[in-house]
Ligand binder design. Sequence first.
Ligand code: NCD
Length: 304
Amino acid sequence: MRHLMSPLDFSVDELNKLFDLANDIERNPAKYAHACDGKILATCFYEPSTRTRLSFESAMLRLGGKVLGFSDAASSSASKGESVSDTIRVISGYSDICAMRHPKEGAPMVAAEKSFIPVINAGDGGHHHPTQTLTDLLTIRSLKGSLDNITIGLCGDLKFGRTVHSLIHALVRYQNIKFVFISPVELKVPDYITEMLRTKNIPFEEVIRLEDVMPNLDMLYMTRVQKERFFNEEDYIRLKDFYILDKAKMDLAKEDMLVLHPLPRVNEISVELDDDPRAVYFKQARYGVYVRMALILTLLELAQ
Ligand code: NCD
């Protein structure tokens, strides 16, 4: 039995197969409409979510399966003190596969160790968010044709943003990737990540001003300042609007540069950019359903 905890749990070859399957699902949805008949997905969300939970539910429903779950720790027995290990043992009897989001780093891993069904990490604290990374990679591969030869800017909250941490780990396995980290000093990418990049000889630079690097980027991954992970409100208020991507800044970018964002957006991308063909974040959210459909089929061993 296989779980998905980190974006590195699948090899590059396995990811290619997964993305081929996701593209086939996009082209031929009818072919998969009953692939999960009789199967149940549990969504155990101890932290707020719109896209991740609903895209998992949509994915299972589009495969012909059913869903159950909770979207708030307060409405689950966690509020009575139940451990995730106990919860997952019980959920294992109610469903065939589980997507779990938790504010504590490592909680889905603890669950996976006790589980009788595949567990998918749907975001654990500031640590990893592997299914968002699968979504990001599928978006890039589908729209650019390849995951190699990319200069990617990651902008915003690089300290707490788990989607950023997962995406960097996943991209280092491709050829000729350059990272440009754009953040205020307080929200720099953690040292363990820059150390990993140095060890692997992967080029990266760290800058504060977005305007300075805009013309060099093939891809810009914008992120929200992660309010819920701040220790004090004042720091959040000071940093929340540090970057606002607007038309003037986009004028500096390449004509085919893509703007991605895991969403939710707060102020970091002006709505005036939503009609720019380079702004692909809503398309990206749609890819999230196809890739989760492919993932559910793969973990349930129903993919041909
Ligand atoms: C992200 C998350 O939860 O980490 N959202 C998502 O799953 N698409 C990003 C965020 O909340 O900023």
